[in-house]
Design a protein around this ligand. Structure first.
Ligand code: SAH
Length: 252
């Protein structure tokens, strides 16, 4: 899969994307990456990409010209037209479902804003506009890295074993179950016995209940879409009730 970024800080991507799993994905050809510098599509000596907003107000806005020229130019370069994503706190909320959808595309261009954002007309170039959440970043570069990382780890082979990305938080509509590793007793903090039993069916049941408990405790908004059985709903409701009573029951 090919990801491209358009921004005024193209140098910030490589240190992250060349390391660890993203670095390996690039070496294996699972991820192809290119960072474009928006200033390459300016025509003045100062390579200006911003200007003051009409109507007054503080800060600077990104001018439409270089963005239009760059997106059109990049889109016309080989490899089929890219899916064009812009970033803004006003966009659709990014989540695992969007990551999953993007992971089926061949080529995605991520357009990163800076300053007070962009001239509104630039957004007409976007196939979609995404927000990471209800907070404001100084630029879209981190948002682009979050999208690339979360999409690439879904691509076959990226994690080294195809199953691991499909058995995590959100993959079945629930938060992930609690996990433990050695030692079984750390300073009196014990791992739940069932996990030491070697009984796979009981382990599977425990994990499902752990996931439901945690989701009911921390993200009850997710329960509705998680396809719970009537008994599982009972468990979820009892966790919610206990929390109302002031007992923290996120975990067994
Ligand atoms: N004035 C704008 C914020 C601009 S922040 C507003 O109030 O809506 C500058 C750039 O950072 C944005 O153009 C966008 O690319 C990026 N950015 C900021 N917050 C973001 C968020 N929550 N999600 C995704 N991108 C964000």
């Amino acid at each position: 899969m090919r990801f491209e970024t358009l921004s005024v800080f193209p140098e910030v991507f490589a240190p992250y994307l060349d390391a660890s799993i993203m670095g390996r994905a690039q070496r294996q050809g699972i991820l192809e990456f290119e960072a474009y510098d928006l200033r390459d599509w300016t025509h003045d000596r100062h390579r200006t990409v911003d200007d003051a907003p009409f109507g007054g107000g503080q800060g600077m806005l990104m001018k439409p010209g270089p963005i239009f020229e760059a997106v059109r130019d990049i889109s016309g370069r080989g490899g089929g037209r890219p899916h064009v994503v812009f970033f803004s706190p006003c966009g659709t909320r990014y989540d695992e479902g969007v990551a999953e959808r993007l992971s089926h595309l061949d080529r995605v261009l991520l357009v990163c804003g800076r300053y007070e954002g962009m001239d509104e007309r630039a957004y007409t170039l976007a196939d979609e506009t995404l927000s990471l959440g209800d907070y404001v970043l100084t630029g879209g570069e981190l948002a682009a890295l979050v999208v690339i990382d979360s999409v690439v780890r879904l691509l076959p082979g990226a994690l080294g074993d195809d199953m691991s990305a499909r058995d995590e938080s959100f993959s079945d509509g629930l938060l992930e179950y609690a996990q433990y590793t050695r030692p079984a007793d750390y300073d009196g903090l014990r791992v739940p016995e069932v996990l030491l039993s070697g009984d796979h069916e009981r382990v599977r049941e425990w994990r499902r209940q752990s996931a439901i408990r945690r989701t009911a405790a921390w993200r009850p908004d997710l329960l509705e879409g998680a396809g719970l059985t009537p008994q599982e709903w009972e468990l979820a409701r009892s966790v919610i009730e206990e929390r109302r009573g002031g007992v923290d029951h996120g975990e067994e």
